[in-house]
Write a protein that binds this ligand. Structure first.
Ligand code: ADP
Ligand code: MG
Length: 598
C-alpha cells in the first residue's frame, strides 16, 4: 500500500540540486550570479581539484543580515521576484531561490556575510543539508561562500564528474563568461593557488576580451553596435577571414546572461557565410539586449538557454547588423592598407559559393523563414540532397579501363562545374567529384603515412610567429607540446601564456601557422587529439592538417583531374573525405533514365 507524503526539504533540495547543480562549474555560476546580483564590483573565485574539493566565491556586494542569510537557505527564498509577472521585467540573473539550498544540500557549505550597515557579520554552516551552526563573525562588508566536498553525500553524482582538468576548464570558462558580461566588476580567478586571471574593472568589453583572451585575439575583432526598435546588439565580431575550427569562441549573451542560443548561433554562422570557409566558425562576443518580456529564460534548469518570442525578427536583425559591419570594414580595407586582410588567404573571402545554399547571397535569404536554413553545422550527418544521390562505390564497370579515359579507373573528364565539382563520364553513368574533398582525402592519407614513419620535415620560419593564449589553452598546449614538436612543429614557450612558432611542417603555408595552432587547441579542448594512444592522436592531427594542407590548384586540365582521380583511388578510403563526407557521387544510367522518365 503506497502512502503519499510531502518530501522533507532536505530530500527536495537534493533532487533540485540534481537539476541545477550538475557539476562544480554550476556552483560557481550560481554563486557568481548571486554576487553580481548583489551589486558586487569585486569578485574573487578560488577552487581546488576541479572544484570538487573546494570552491570559494567572495564579493564586496550588499551582504545579508542574519535573518536574510538564514532565509536565503530556505527553498524558494528569493529577494528578486515576488510574483510570476516579475519574470517579464527581470533584471537579475537569479529568480528561483533554489541555488543556495540546493548547493547546501550536497556539500559542506559555509556562508559568511555582512551588510555595510551592520557591525557584526553572520556565519552559517550547513553540512550535506544538515544545519550545523549560526554565529557572529567578523568580516568586511559583502559575502563569502565556501563550498567544500561537493557531492560527497551523493556518490551517484560524483561518479558522473569528469577529470579535474575537464571540470576546471568548465569553471574557468564560466568565470570568463561572467567577466565578459560584467566588465565593470573586477574578477580574480585562482586555481590550486595559481592565479588564472586577474582582471581589474574594464571600461569596455573590448578591454575585457584583451585581458582574458589575449590582445592578439582582441586585435582580430571588430566592434559592433546596432539598434532597431527594442533590439540592441553590441560586442565584438571576427574580421572577415578569421575563423575557428570549433564554436568555442562564439560567445553570446542575452540581456547580459551568457546563453547558448540556436537562433544567435545560426545568425552568426549565416552572417559569415561568405566571409569564412565552410565548416569553420566565426569568432564573436555578442551581446543582445531585448525587452525581457520578449524572451523566456525559464526554459532550462540552469538558464543556459533562452527562447525568443519572435525568433525570425531577432535572427534577421543580427544577420543584418553583422553583415553591415563586415561590409563596412571591407570598404575601409579597400581605401587603404589596414589589418582587414583575410587571414586565411586562400580560403578567405574568395571562397567559392556554397552550392548547397544556392546562388543567393546570404543577405537575400534573411527573409526566409527560420526552418529553411540548413546549416552545415546543425544539420546532422551530411544529408544527401533532395535528389538522393547516395554516394556509391563507382561500379565495377566504371573501374574497368576505357579508351581516352583515366587509365586507372576508366573515367573521362568532362569539365569542372562552379569550380567545385568535376564531372566524369563513366561506363556506369556519370560521376561528380568534389575536388576539395578529394584533395583532403589524398592529403590525409599522405600525412598519416608521414606521421607514422616519423618523417615530417620542418621548415624554419624567417619570422617566428608569436601566439598569445589564455590559461586553458596554455595548459593544453604545454601538455601536447612534445607531440606537436615531434610532428613538424617547432613551438617554444617564452613567457606566461606566450609561445613562439619557430618552425612549421613543410606542407604548411607559414601564414597559416597561427590559425592552425588554434585549430589544434580547439580540438584539444574537445578532447580530440588528447588521446594517449599516439596513433589516434596522429590520425586526428592528420585530419585537421588535411584541410589546411590542400592548395587548390588553379589548373583544371584533364591531366590534372586524372592525376587527382588516380591519387584518390590509391587511397585506402577514397569515397569519403577525412570528415566522412562523400568525395564523389555516382549517377548510374538507370538513375538517369529513371529521372528523365525514359
Ligand atoms: P536567487 O538568486 O534565485 O534569488 P539563491 O538561492 O541563489 O536564489 O539566493 C537566495 C537569496 O540569497 C537571493 O535572492 C539573495 O537575496 C541572497 N543572496 C545570495 N547570495 C548573495 C550574495 N552573494 N550577496 C547578497 N545576497 C545574496
Ligand atoms: Mg541565485
Amino acid at each position: 500500500m503506497s502512502t503519499i507524503r510531502i518530501l522533507p526539504d532536505r530530500v527536495a533540495n537534493q533532487i533540485a540540486a540534481g537539476e541545477v547543480i550538475e557539476r562544480p562549474a554550476a556552483v560557481v555560476k550560481e554563486l557568481v550570479e548571486n554576487s553580481l546580483d548583489a551589486g558586487a564590483t569585486r569578485i574573487e573565485v578560488e577552487f581546488r581539484n576541479g572544484g570538487r574539493a573546494y570552491i570559494r566565491v567572495e564579493d564586496n556586494g550588499s551582504g545579508m543580515t542574519r535573518d536574510d542569510a538564514l532565509l536565503s537557505l530556505e527553498r524558494h527564498a528569493t529577494s528578486k521576484i515576488a510574483e510570476a509577472a516579475d519574470l517579464d521585467r527581470l533584471a537579475t540573473f537569479g529568480f528561483r531561490g533554489e541555488a543556495l539550498p540546493s548547493i547546501a544540500s550536497v556539500s559542506r557549505f559555509e556562508l559568511q556575510t555582512r551588510p555595510a550597515s551592520d557591525d557584526a557579520g553572520t556565519e552559517i554552516l550547513v553540512n550535506g543539508g544538515k544545519f550545523v551552526h549560526v554565529r557572529d563573525c567578523g568580516r568586511p562588508a559583502g559575502t563569502r561562500l565556501v563550498v567544500a566536498q561537493l557531492f560527497n553525500s551523493v556518490p551517484a553524482r560524483r561518479k558522473f564528474l569528469k577529470s579535474d582538468a575537464t571540470e576546471s576548464a568548465h569553471i574557468i570558462h564560466c568565470v570568463r563568461l561572467y567577466a565578459l558580461a560584467c566588465p565593470q566588476a573586477a574578477f580574480t580567478l585562482i586555481e590550486d593557488g595559481r592565479v588564472i586571471f586577474r582582471s581589474p574593472e574594464c571600461p569596455t568589453t573590448a578591454e575585457r576580451v584583451a585581458e582574458i583572451f589575449g590582445r592578439q585575439i582582441a586585435e582580430s575583432l571588430l566592434t559592433i553596435e546596432a539598434m532597431e526598435a527594442d533590439l540592441r546588439l553590441r560586442g565584438l565580431v571576427g574580421r572577415s577571414g578569421v575563423g575557428r575550427a570549433t564554436r568555442h569562441e562564439m560567445i553570446t549573451f542575452v540581456n547580459r546572461r551568457p546563453v547558448d542560443s540556436r537562433t544567435l548561433s545560426y545568425a552568426l554562422i549565416e552572417s559569415y557565410h561568405e566571409a569564412i570557409p565552410k565548416g569553420r566558425y566565426p569568432l564573436a562576443f555578442l551581446f543582445l539586449e531585448i525587452d525581457p518580456a520578449a524572451i523566456d529564460v525559464n526554459v532550462h534548469p540552469a538558464k543556459r538557454e533562452v527562447r525568443f518570442r519572435d525568433e525570425t525578427r531577432v535572427r534577421a536583425f543580427v544577420i543584418r547588423s553583422v553583415l553591415e559591419r563586415l561590409r563596412e570594414s571591407a570598404g575601409a580595407a579597400a581605401v587603404g592598407p589596414t589589418l582587414e586582410q583575410p587571414q586565411e588567404g586562400r580560403l578567405g573571402v574568395g571562397a567559392p559559393p556554397d552550392p548547397a545554399a544556392g546562388p543567393t547571397p546570404a543577405e537575400s535569404r534573411i527573409a526566409a523563414p527560420f526552418p529553411v536554413y540548413r546549416s552545415p553545422v546543425f544539420a546532422n550527418p551530411p544529408q544527401a540532397p533532395a535528389v538522393h544521390l547516395a554516394p556509391t562505390v563507382p561500379s565495377a564497370a566504371a573501374q574497368r579501363q576505357g579508351e581516352g579515359k583515366n587509365p586507372r579507373i576508366g573515367w573521362r573528364y568532362v569539365g569542372l562545374a562552379h569550380g567545385i565539382y568535376a564531372l566524369f563520364e563513366t561506363e556506369a553513368g556519370l560521376v561528380l567529384l568534389d575536388r576539395r574533398s578529394a584533395h583532403e582525402r589524398v592529403w590525409y592519407e599522405r600525412l598519416r603515412r608521414q606521421f607514422a614513419a616519423g618523417q615530417v620535415a620542418t621548415q624554419r620560419l624567417l619570422l617566428p610567429v608569436p601566439v598569445e593564449l589564455d590559461a586553458i589553452s596554455t595548459a593544453l598546449l604545454l601538455d601536447r607540446l612534445a607531440f606537436l614538436n615531434g610532428h613538424g612543429f617547432e613551438i617554444v614557450e617564452f613567457g606566461r601564456n606566450f609561445f613562439r612558432v619557430e618552425g612549421v611542417p613543410e606542407w604548411m603555408d607559414p601564414a597559416d601557422a597561427e590559425s592552425f595552432l588554434r585549430d589544434v587547441l580547439g580540438a584539444l579542448r574537445e578532447g580530440l587529439l588528447a588521446a594517449r594512444n599516439l596513433d589516434l592522436a596522429r590520425d586526428e592531427l592528420a585530419r585537421l592538417a588535411s584541410v589546411k594542407a590542400v592548395r587548390m590548384p588553379d589548373g583544371t586540365s584533364e591531366a590534372e583531374m586524372d592525376a587527382l582521380v588516380s591519387q584518390l583511388f590509391s587511397c585506402q578510403q577514397p569515397l569519403t573525405n577525412p570528415a566522412g563526407r562523400p568525395t564523389c557521387i555516382e549517377l548510374s544510367h538507370g538513375e538517369l533514365a529513371r529521372r528523365f522518365q525514359k
